[in-house]
Design a protein around this ligand. Sequence first.
Ligand code: ZN
Length: 322
Amino acid sequence: MSSSKKLDIYFGITTYQTLGDCVKELIVASYSIYLNLLSKVNNHPITIVCGGQSPSYYCLAMMNFKIFNPKLVNIIILPHSKGGVKSDDQNNENILYCERLKEKGIILNDNVVIIDGVHSGTGILALESALKYCFPSINVYKIAINSQEDIAKITVDEEIVLPSEPKFSDTFPRLVTSFHPRDFNDSSKFITEFINLENNPVAKMIIDIAKKYPKIPVEETDWYIDNNEVTDEIKREREKERIRIEKISELKHISKLKRISEDQLKKKGGTFKTIILNDPKRYQCPKCKTITGELAPLYPKDTTLFSHNFDCQNRFKIPIEY
Ligand SMILES: [Zn+2]
């Protein structure tokens, strides 16, 4: 007798991904992140800091893989909520946060990897600052898990794009409590473990699949099969997604062609006979009629001072007066 494992859970906005797709994406990505870190250990164990709700489901998956080996790469859950708000007194926040860390007896390996959703970057930078304040000898490597490219407004060491990320950070039940700077002096609110695991069906699904992964591929589990109903709405979203990806690759192709032809033009170089305008002295292209500023006649070899139409034959050529 097999009982259905279809989850009855709020799924938020329908995208092109089923619940099964979302969990599969999470499992595959978490496994690859963890495996990659294991390969970097080289006698120096690593601590993954799971900064708040956003990365928590990924960390949950990692902790349930057979390859999870906390002696080499351990995971510490550290709630730290900034909500994109910059602090007026980072130092004071660091002092209080450090008190909470010491009080809980938290110890980090010298190599720390912070995993978090990164938008403005305020949250991950504040957490990094607090950890470095408390443990001055650590090296911090930042991994952003975001739903799209180019969301992160700061430079991180690694950005992983997972379209299902908002489901795990915002839609599904919280795994980690919030901990805001205004509460940093309140020990009782600093909870460094997962909450409500027993009442969380998504967590149950992830734990179950992670325990057998990769021996049993996600799509072969009942969990996946029972939560992979492709509705008409999902079909429509998949078509939209297909068109979006097609457009992106087309744009990338066009900009690549453009770059190639610009490089060829630049290599070709050469000169052209320019029209001279006076009072003040400026140049005008005889082909595309673009008029320069006053600097171009002074520095004719600097072709960036002479902007032409994008398809003008005289682009990147040096203007010559006759
Ligand atoms: Zn021109």
